[in-house]
Design a binder for this molecule. Structure first.
Ligand code: DAT
Ligand code: MG
Length: 141
């Protein structure tokens, strides 16, 4: 019996502001993952500080929290066998300049020369972070 995974995906404020929410959801659905939950919200600083707790103390932490709270984000939970790894593959490398063509960040993102990379999407990077992030963003799930 294959193990079904859930991953927390965010379309970041740059993706929503640029009108790319639909294109990003299209790629997730076309890949075959199932949407389990979907919300559009401006996240609080509290949620963002907890979400990015691993990055506290780094030079890009404050710019990151500020950017992520600068406008609406689409938060979703996706599901499927190996969905955590699979979405990271769809998203591409953190730096949009280096992200491979064919990926969300490689096709749709670029470096804007800012103190934090605006790279359109977040995806959980492991089973434990996915569980933690889903509980944070969708406590009812
Ligand atoms: P990812 O989103 O690929 O998991 P991460 O968790 O290491 O990357 O970092 C969170 C976000 O912070 C990332 O999507 C973009 C930004 N970021 C990471 N490293 C950075 C850096 N060295 N300079 C500027 N922004 C950075
Ligand atoms: Mg990360």
């Amino acid at each position: 019996m294959p193990e079904t995974q859930r991953s927390l995906v965010l379309v970041k404020p740059d993706g929503v502001a640029r009108g790319l929410t639909g294109e990003i959801l299209r790629r997730i659905e076309a890949k075959g993952y199932t949407l389990v939950a979907l919300d559009l919200l401006v996240p609080t600083r509290e949620v963002l500080a907890a979400h990015y707790e691993e990055h506290q103390g780094k030079a890009f932490f404050e710019p990151l929290v500020s950017f992520m709270g600068s406008g609406p984000v689409a938060a979703l939970v996706i599901e499927g066998h190996r969905a955590i790894e699979g979405f990271r593959s769809l998203a591409g490398a953190t730096e949009p300049t280096l992200a491979a063509p064919g990926t969300i960040r490689g096709d749709l993102g670029r470096d804007w020369g800012l103190s934090v990379q605006q790279n359109l999407v977040h995806g959980s990077d492991g089973v434990e972070s996915a569980a933690r992030e889903i509980a944070l963003w969708f406590p009812a799930l």
